[in-house]
Structures are given as structure tokens and as C-alpha cells.
Design a protein around this ligand. Structure first.
Ligand SMILES: [Fe+2]
Length: 189
């Protein structure tokens, strides 16, 4: 991209115009990400809900460029687990990212490639730094859509495979007094 441009971002809904490439993730595309497979299959059969959507502005995947997008994670649960993104490392693992939360309440679950885990609260105005080599997943622990704006290097890319295969070592479930971070009983790291 060598010409300056604007997009119009709705700070409440996260919608961007022009909308660029919109990714819609339904439960059927990530049923294995949740612990309760029976609950996931029931929900897929009933309505196959949209878990989240991403508005990607089209920018070349090149060093020196900056990608930016919004993600909207809807409220809901599969069993005891909150709706969440698939989670990924960057393909070019030495690249960082910044998340600015615009709406909602979330937890940003991160895991480094040497096994460390961190969580950060996401709330309107929270600006979270995801260092290089940390996988990241956004989890909606509230009752309204969680809307975040992200900026990351143009050539970072996405590596979903490691998380699809192994998961994160922690999961976030609804407890009697709110979200609880627990060990993932299925973690295969
Ligand atoms: Fe990322």
C-alpha cells in the first residue's frame, strides 16, 4: 500500500467501512476448540452460532506495512466455556501485536512458545501488548459483544495449527462468581 487511506470504524460495533475481507467463524469451524464436545455438537445442530467475526482491512502482507482489523466476539458459552477466538501464533513468530478493546469485557489469554501463560483483562480502553512469540486468544466473559481493534506487522501472518492441535494449557470457564482460569485437562503440550 503506497497511498494513504481512511477506513471508517464504528467504535461501538467494530464495523469497518469499507469492510475489506470479513471472516465469520461459526462454531462448526472450531468445535474442537471447546472442551464439551457434546454441547458443541448440539449447538452446531441447532443453530451453528457465529462465535466471532473479523473485519480485515486489505493491506499487503509485506515487511514495513501494518495490518489492522477489528474482531467482534459474541457473548455466549459452549458448556462452561465462554465464546472465544481460535487463537494463534504469528507465522513470523518474532512479531508483536497491540489490542485496543473498544467494547465489552474479556480476557486475553496468552501462551509463549516456551510454555509461559498470561492473562490480561480486556475492557473499554484497555490497550494490551502481546510480545513476540506469544500465542493469543480473546475470550468474551461478559454479556455484550467484545469488540477489539488490533494492529500488527504486515508480514506477521497467522499460525493456527499449533493451537488447533494442542490447545492452550489453560481454559477459562464460567464459575459462580465470574470467569475462572483452569488447567486444560486435554492439553497435549
Ligand atoms: Fe495476532
Amino acid at each position: 500500500m503506497d497511498v494513504p487511506f481512511n477506513v471508517s470504524l464504528d467504535l461501538k460495533t467494530g464495523e469497518m467501512k469499507p469492510e475489506g475481507i470479513m471472516v465469520v467463524r461459526r462454531l462448526s469451524q472450531m468445535r474442537g476448540a471447546f472442551q464439551d464436545h457434546d454441547a458443541a455438537e448440539r449447538m452446531v445442530a441447532e443453530s451453528d452460532p457465529v462465535i466471532y467475526r473479523v473485519y480485515n482491512v486489505v493491506v499487503p502482507e509485506e515487511s514495513g506495512q501494518l495490518q489492522f482489523c477489528t474482531s467482534i466476539i459474541y457473548p455466549g458459552r459452549v458448556g462452561d466455556e465462554y465464546f472465544m477466538t481460535k487463537g494463534h501464533f504469528h507465522q513470523k513468530i518474532e512479531t508483536a501485536e497491540v489490542y485496543l478493546t473498544l467494547q465489552g469485557q474479556g480476557l486475553l489469554l496468552m501462551q509463549s512458545d516456551d510454555g509461559r501463560v498470561a492473562t490480561l483483562d480486556m475492557f473499554p480502553g484497555s490497550t494490551s501488548y502481546i510480545p513476540p512469540r506469544w500465542a493469543h486468544r480473546s475470550i468474551n466473559v461478559g454479556s455484550v459483544p467484545l469488540v477489539l481493534y488490533a494492529v500488527y506487522p504486515g508480514d506477521a501472518g497467522h499460525n493456527y495449527g499449533i493451537i488447533e492441535e494442542k490447545g492452550f494449557s489453560k481454559i477459562v470457564v464460567a464459575g459462580p462468581c465470574g470467569p475462572v482460569v483452569m488447567n486444560n485437562p486435554r492439553y497435549s503440550g
